[in-house]
Design a protein around this ligand. Structure first.
Ligand SMILES: Cc1cc2nc3c(=O)[nH]c(=O)nc-3n(C[C@H](O)[C@H](O)[C@H](O)COP(=O)(O)OP(=O)(O)OC[C@H]3O[C@@H](n4cnc5c(N)ncnc54)[C@H](O)[C@@H]3O)c2cc1C
Length: 372
């Protein structure tokens, strides 16, 4: 018997889940709030780890296509101090496929493939335990029932309240993101400074990170410790005042580094929220969570990877199990909680060291994870 399965959210987690089920010829309904795949900017580049995101792609039969699209050279990492002195300049070996980078839009299209997503279907609430299964309420007033609803709807999940009363809390670190377009043509000095991959500059309680995406686009992240209302006197949509305020925050840093902010186009404010490190819940028949909805953590290169592996493993557990949906979901949850708990601890400790009163902590962390 085929179960009626819906996944809410077409991020990396939801799409990996749907694509692996599709590989096993199991039907799945993908419900996405955005009206179209390109309705909003996809966001910055992602590095997919061999044992996490790449493993998920392998389970979906997409590893070779990923390798053709991804940028192994993007693993390069350069670290500077606030004076502009290069402290580390790490480059991957020619065959290094440990963490190649891929644009989010490329990854989305790769995972989408033949999937039939229902765009513009925002979910407002799910109610488990009705006589016909789990009742899904949509923003447009429609309703539909399924045997299993998977919440892959990110940090502010509308599915989470059906299993857990926990909500994300602010870490004390905020990020303002900006972009540089056609960096090789328009800003060749910055292009050289950034190199093939990422550039990170660490100061006291603040950091500037620049990451190359494909096509000469660079995403810049200014990170700093601040209260949530740090911008009350600032209109965040007004580019020049935001730029001036960031330049004041990073005052005294080397001029070439500050050019990352001077040449940035629009600015997007992203305060960093997390769920508690070991977020679990009492199993609820017919509803589960994966990815950020289950284990939102600081953006230190793990979230999309974990979301994808969650999705691929849940799909496999359902497709290759005994046919008992509840048993498959329970087994998945135990595995996901253990893995996510380990990564949440690592990324929380990492955030403390990367945006720290002592910039030497950031360098020590880099040496620990990238010792060559
Ligand atoms: C600045 C930054 C950099 C990052 N860099 C990396 C990195 O290098 N590597 C890495 O692994 N991770 C990285 N992350 C983390 C990563 O982006 C997330 O962990 C990942 O996107 C989570 O995937 P997801 O599928 O769980 O959720 P999301 O990607 O958040 O997708 C959720 C989807 O659900 C949809 N949705 C939301 N609500 C509803 C609703 N009510 N109804 C229907 N649909 C809904 C949304 O529109 C969206 O499409 C970064 C994060 C940030 C902020």
């Amino acid at each position: 018997m085929r179960h009626r399965i819906a996944v809410v959210g077409s991020g990396p987690g939801g799409l990996a889940f749907a694509r692996v089920l599709h590989c096993h010829d199991h039907p799945v309904t993908v419900l996405e709030r955005d009206p179209a795949p390109d309705a909003r900017p996809a966001g910055g580049t992602l590095d997919l780890h061999e044992g996490l995101g790449q493993l998920a792609l392998d389970k979906a039969g997409l590893l070779a296509e990923f390798q053709a699209l991804s940028r192994p050279e993007g693993q390069a990492m350069r670290i500077l101090d606030a004076d502009g002195t290069v402290l580390r300049d790490w480059r991957p070996g020619p065959d290094d496929q440990a963490n190649p980078e891929i644009d989010r839009g490329q990854l989305r299209d790769l995972l989408l493939g033949p999937l039939d997503v229902r765009w513009g279907r925002g979910v407002t609430q799910v109610v488990p335990g009705t006589p016909d299964g789990v009742l899904v309420h949509f923003a447009d007033g429609r309703q539909e029932t399924f045997d299993l609803v998977v919440g892959a709807d990110g940090a502010w999940s509308r599915i989470r309240p059906a299993v857990s009363s926990v909500t994300p809390h602010y870490t004390g670190v905020t990020t303002v993101e900006t972009s540089l377009d056609e960096v090789d043509n328009r800003h060749p000095d910055l292009a050289r400074l950034i190199g093939d991959g990422s550039l990170a500059v660490y100061g006291v309680n603040r950091a500037l990170v620049a990451q190359r995406n494909s096509g000469g686009n660079v995403k810049v992240y200014a990170q700093f410790r601040a209260s949530l209302d740090w911008h009350t006197d600032l209109d965040l949509a007004d580019v020049e005042p935001v730029r001036s305020s960031l330049l004041a925050l990073f005052d005294g840093w080397a001029a070439p580094v500050l050019d990352l902010l001077r040449h940035g186009t629009a600015f997007v404010h992203r305060p960093l929220y997390v769920l508690p490190v070991s977020h679990t819940w009492t199993h609820v028949s017919g509803v589960t969570l994966l990815g950020d909805a289950a284990h939102l953590m600081p953006p230190l290169g793990a979230g999309a990877n974990l979301a994808m592996l969650d999705g691929a493993e849940l799909a496999e557990s359902i497709a290759t199990g005994s046919g008992d949906l509840d048993e498959a979901v329970r087994a998945f949850e135990e595995r996901m909680w253990a893995r996510a708990g380990r990564w949440a601890k690592i990324t929380m400790a990492g955030l403390e060291r990367l945006v720290s009163p002592d910039p030497a902590e950031a360098l020590a962390l880099f040496d620990q994870v990238q010792p060559s």
